[in-house]
Write a protein that binds this ligand. Structure first.
Ligand code: FAD
Length: 305
C-alpha cells in the first residue's frame, strides 16, 4: 500500500507537522514525501532525514491549491493513499483533489485504526466518529498534533519530478506575523490566557511564562476578541486544535468551545480564582488563586532555576 505525503513548509524550512504526518502515514505503507516549492533543495534534505520516508519527490511550484491539486491528481494514480496535514494547505488542496478524482476525503483524522479505518472528531470535538473508507484510493488529512513526530537519521533518496503546471492563481506575496515563540499546533507545552488577564499589557505575563518554558502561547476567543492576543493564538472550536504534553490555562473558564481545542492535551494545569470553573474540574492540577499573584511568583521561581 503506497502512500504519498504532501510536505508542509514555510520560509524554506520543513514544518514540524510534516514529521508527525510521516510517522502516522508510515503505518499505512511505504511513504513518498512530496516537496512542492520554488526552491526545494534544502527542504528536501530535511525531508529525506525523516525515518519512515522511502523517497523524497520534489516538484517546482507553490503550496497553492489550484496548481497543487492538478499536480497531485497526476501523481495520485501511483498511490493508494494521498495524505496531508489538516493545516491551511491540506484543508485547501485535499477537497479540491477529491473533487478532481471523484473521491470522498476523510478529514481531520486523529487516529489510524487500520488501512481503511480512521477516527475523527465531530461536533466540535465532543464525539469521535469511526470512519471506514471502502474506496480504492484514500485521501486523508491528519491532525498533526495527534501524532508523535518521526525521528531523524534517515537518508532517503531525492528525485526531482518534472511536473510544473500553469496555475490560475499565483502567490504574489504573503504577510506574516513574526513570533519568537513555539508553533501552537505542534508545541509540547502551551500556556494559554483568558479574558481575566484584562489587557494586552497584562497578557505579557502569559507570554513571558511561555518564553521561560519554551512554550507556545494560546488564548481564548474572549481574550482575542478583546484585543489582548492575536487571532492566530486562539485555541478552540473556531481556533487551533492543540495536543501538547502540558497545557497551562491561566484565567480560563473552560467553555465547551475552548475545550474542543484542548482535548488532546496530556496534562492540564488550571490557574483560576473559581474552584467551580469547568477547566479547574477537568485539570490534573488546579491552582486556586489570583493569576496576578501566582504568575509572577511562578515566573520568578523559574528565573531561579
Ligand atoms: P470567561 O469564560 O469569562 O472566564 C474567565 C475565567 O477567569 C473565569 O473562570 C474566572 O473565574 C477566571 N478569573 C477571573 N479573574 C481571575 C484572576 N484574577 N485570576 C485567575 N482567574 C481569574 N472560545 C474559545 O476559547 N475558543 C474558541 O474557538 C471559541 N469558539 C467559539 C465559537 C462559537 C460559535 C461561540 C458562540 C463561542 C466560542 N468561544 C470560543 C467563546 C466561548 O464560548 C467562551 O466565551 C470563551 O472561551 C471564554 O473565554 P475565557 O475563559 O477567557 O472567559
Amino acid at each position: 500500500m503506497s502512500v504519498l505525503v504532501l510536505a508542509d513548509h514555510d520560509l524554506g524550512v520543513l514544518s514540524p507537522a510534516t514529521a508527525r504526518i510521516v510517522s502516522a502515514a508510515s503505518t499505512l505503507g511505504p511513504v513518498d514525501l512530496l516537496v512542492v516549492a520554488d526552491d526545494a533543495a534544502a527542504i528536501a534534505q530535511s525531508a529525506a532525514s525523516l525515518s519512515g520516508v522511502d523517497k523524497v519527490l520534489t516538484l517546482k511550484g507553490y503550496l497553492v491549491a489550484d496548481s497543487l491539486a492538478t499536480q497531485l491528481s497526476t501523481l495520485a494514480v501511483r498511490y493508494h493513499y494521498v495524505v496531508a496535514s489538516a493545516g491551511s494547505v491540506g484543508k485547501d488542496v485535499v477537497p479540491r483533489l477529491a473533487a478532481t478524482l471523484d473521491l470522498m476525503p476523510v478529514t481531520d483524522v486523529v487516529k489510524i485504526l487500520g488501512p481503511t479505518s480512521f477516527e475523527r472528531p465531530i461536533y466540535a470535538g465532543n464525539a469521535v466518529q469511526t470512519v471506514t473508507d471502502t474506496q480504492d484510493k484514500h485521501l486523508l488529512t491528519l491532525r498533526a498534533s495527534a501524532f508523535r513526530p518521526a525521528a531523524g537519521g534517515n537518508a532517503a533518496p531525492i528525485e526531482a519530478l518534472d511536473g510544473s503546471v500553469q496555475a490560475v492563481a499565483r502567490l504574489l506575496s504573503s504577510d506574516r506575523t513574526e513570533s519568537d515563540t513555539a508553533d501552537l499546533a505542534t508545541a509540547q507545552i502551551v500556556v494559554g490566557g483568558g479574558i481575566a488577564l484584562g489587557s494586552a499589557e497584562n497578557f505579557q505575563l502569559v507570554e513571558n511564562l511561555a518564553k521561560k518554558l519554551g512554550a507556545a502561547v494560546g488564548a481564548t476567543r474572549a481574550a482575542v476578541d478583546a484585543g489582548y492576543a492575536p487571532n492566530d493564538w486562539q485555541v478552540g472550536q473556531t481556533g487551533k486544535i492543540i495536543a501538547p504534553d502540558l497545557y497551562i490555562a491561566i484565567g480560563i473558564s473552560g467553555a465547551l468551545q475552548h475545550l474542543a481545542g484542548i482535548q488532546g492535551a496530556k496534562k492540564i494545569v488550571a490557574i483560576n480564582t473559581d474552584p467551580e470553573a469547568p477547566l479547574v474540574k477537568l485539570a490534573d492540577i488546579a491552582l486556586i488563586g489570583d493569576l496576578f499573584e501566582i504568575i509572577p511568583q511562578l515566573t520568578a521561581e523559574l528565573d531561579r532555576l
